[in-house]
Design a binder for this molecule. Structure first.
Ligand code: ADP
Ligand code: MG
Length: 575
């Protein structure tokens, strides 16, 4: 007798169920997808005990004939593909013919269906893989799939289920994910007889989101839209000011199939990079449409993973599509006619560049920089402030004043009130200017080297950023294992600031250029609580306008709040 045997079909199905039917929410997903594939215009889902006792899905789609029903619960029987060629261009959710037989092997499954034009339907009942009964069923044209006692025959798997309310929540999530991508279909979800969600036909994506996300998040969702050749990215993305500390509101669809994908996730994160605090997440629903041959959907039986042929292209497309809508220009720089630009250049001198580094003497950031001297420094220099530019070009901004010596208030040319966080704004300006000046920052040697004691871990951390520090003008020497000698600092920082910046890099475990620049920018920028003159305030605004990113400080905090009529109306409760 051979040691190798073909497993009986029942066992084959149970093994397949291990991947397809992880929990009640997988049943919701598979059944609703079948309804959608059947062309349903209306789908109702009923749950009991988080889906564990009951998941029932009723639809008004194509329906099944009695012999089709028997095939539907047979493994690898599907009406959706017939050849390998079909598989590469599959448009339906299903194609593996595994869901119904898998579910039937681990539950009590009842299929009932009546096709259009018939006045009677049929039913088929299966318990843990064995057929119980079949026969006629009095019903109008529709399909009803009822799944009871899920996983009751597999105690080992049952143990992995969470509480009923957690499982119920996961069912809702899968239901919602499908509802957001099938706006032409009416969908309802009931739990314990109560209606939880009801989505009507012809609602917009935003309408549907309003039923599932907080109003505050939905209020300022931005529309994402980017077409490039055969690729299209569309959907919505929240403004970074509304970011929340929960990561579950990032939904991706590839050719309308809900997927979990690392490339798409990192593309979204990239788009928000620098605009969020470390604990915050974007909120977005992103649809990617691409030719079927550019993506493989047959990666896992649950079909929620995909493989892209060109990941980098997908990454850059999605991050660009989202990044584009997040950019804002509060200042609304008035378009200057060509002649005026030339006049402006003249007043500013020939070295005027639209985004000057610290070397542009007409637009100094600090009162006393560009000395490039290597003279010894015996103590701290006075607090730094952004200096007024020699000539402030017309930015269409009126300066109104400073609140608590911390926030600068302007009125822009379209009559919106701008409140700017002076510290964050100055931080951003210095950050970008340092970045532009990388490698050309002068060192200022100290008359007396300063010593910093190091822990073992700090020493290796320091070694990682050693070359970055050198390129920014730090002159450092290690003495033995535990002592750092600071001999020189970037010319733009005072001794105190430089040493503090070094300490904070060690404390924050800074490992990259941006981290080093953030530490420097943070120490050298004007602090909250320092008074500023009108010219300084306008000078800072002007510098900020020339930054690549003017909306967020390098830590990811917003720099500017802008209030227009609508926002004020809301505050005064007139809306
Ligand atoms: P797949 O969806 O991968 O084809 P399933 O096991 O989910 O596999 O379903 C098997 C077949 O049963 C489908 O191909 C389809 O023909 C039929 N079917 C399942 N659910 C429905 C439904 N709600 N309405 C009509 N036909 C259905
Ligand atoms: Mg299916």
């Amino acid at each position: 007798m051979s040691r190798i045997k073909v497993l009986p079909p029942g066992l084959q199905n149970q093994i397949a169920a291990g991947e397809v039917v992880e929990r009640p929410s997988s049943v919701v997903k598979e059944l609703v997808e079948n309804s959608l594939d059947a062309g349903a215009g209306s789908v109702q889902v009923y749950l009991e005990q988080g889906g564990q006792a009951l998941v029932e899905v009723i639809d008004d789609g194509s329906g099944m004939l009695p012999r089709e029903m028997a095939l539907a619960v047979t493994r690898h029987a599907t009406s959706k593909i017939f050849s390998m060629q079909d598989l590469t261009s599959v448009q339906s959710f299903g194609f593996r013919g595994e869901a119904l037989p898998s579910i039937a092997s681990v539950s009590r499954l009842r299929l009932a269906s009546c096709v259009q034009g018939q006045d009677e339907g049929n039913f088929l009942e299966i318990m843990y893989g064995d057929q119980l009964q079949e026969g006629p069923e009095a019903m109008t044209p529709s399909t009803r799939v009822t799944v009871k006692n899920l996983l009751a025959n597999i105690p080992a798997r049952l143990k992995f289920l969470k509480t009923k309310s957690t499982e119920g929540k996961k069912c809702s999530e899968n239901f919602i994910r499908l509802a957001l991508a099938n706006l032409e279909v009416e969908l309802e979800l009931y739990s314990e007889g109560r209606s939880l969600y009801r989505f009507f036909r012809q609602e917009s994506l935003k309408d549907r989101l309003l039923k599932v996300w907080p109003e505050q998040v939905c209020r300022d969702l931005k529309k994402v839209e980017l077409d490039q050749g055969d690729f299209r990215v569309h959907g919505v993305a929240s403004s970074p000011e509304n970011a929340q500390a929960r990561g579950e509101r990032m939904l991706f669809y590839v050719n309308n199939r809900a997927v979990k994908d690392k490339t798409l996730f990192s593309a979204l994160k990239q788009a928000y990079k620098g605009r969020l605090l470390s604990r915050e997440y974007p909120q977005a629903v992103i649809f990617l449409e691409l030719p079927p041959e550019e993506v493989d959907v047959n990666v896992h039986p649950a079909k929620s993973e995909v493989r892209f042929r060109n990941e980098r292209h997908v990454f850059s497309l999605v991050s660009r599509a989202v990044g584009k809508v997040l950019d804002k220009n509060y200042f609304e720089v008035p378009e200057m006619p060509a002649g005026d630009v030339d006049a402006d250049r003249k007043t500013l001198g020939s070295s005027y560049r639209p985004c000057p580094g610290l070397t542009s003497p007409e637009m100094p950031v600090f009162r006393e920089d560009f000395r490039h001297e290597t003279a010894p420094d015996y103590g701290d220099r006075p607090a730094k402030k952004p200096a007024p530019p020699a000539h402030v070009p017309d930015m269409g901004l009126s300066y109104l004043g400073q609140v608590e010596n911390s926030y600068l208030v302007f009125l822009n040319s379209s009559g919106r009130l701008l409140v700017v966080d002076q510290h964050g704004a100055h931080e951003r300006v210095i950050f970008e200017e340092l970045k532009n000046r990388q490698g050309s920052v002068q060192s200022r040697m100290l008359a007396m080297p300063i010593h910093i004691e190091l822990h073992q871990a700090e020493k290796s951390l320091l070694e990682e950023i050693w070359s970055i520090l050198r390129s920014l003008g730090f002159v450092l020497e290690l003495q033995g294992e535990r002592l750092l000698q600071v001999k020189g600092l970037p010319d733009i920082v005072s001794t105190g600031e430089g040493v503090e910046a070094l300490r904070s890099m060690l404390e924050d475990k800074t490992r990259d250029m941006d981290g080093v620049l953030i530490a420097l920018a943070c120490r050298t920028s004007i602090k909250s609580g320092s008074s500023m003159t009108r010219d300084e305030a306008l000078g800072l605004a002007h510098k900020l306008m020339q930054c690549k990113e003017m909306n967020f400080c390098p830590h990811g905090r917003p720099i500017c709040m802008d209030l227009g009529g609508k926002e004020l109306e809301r505050l005064f409760k007139r809306r």
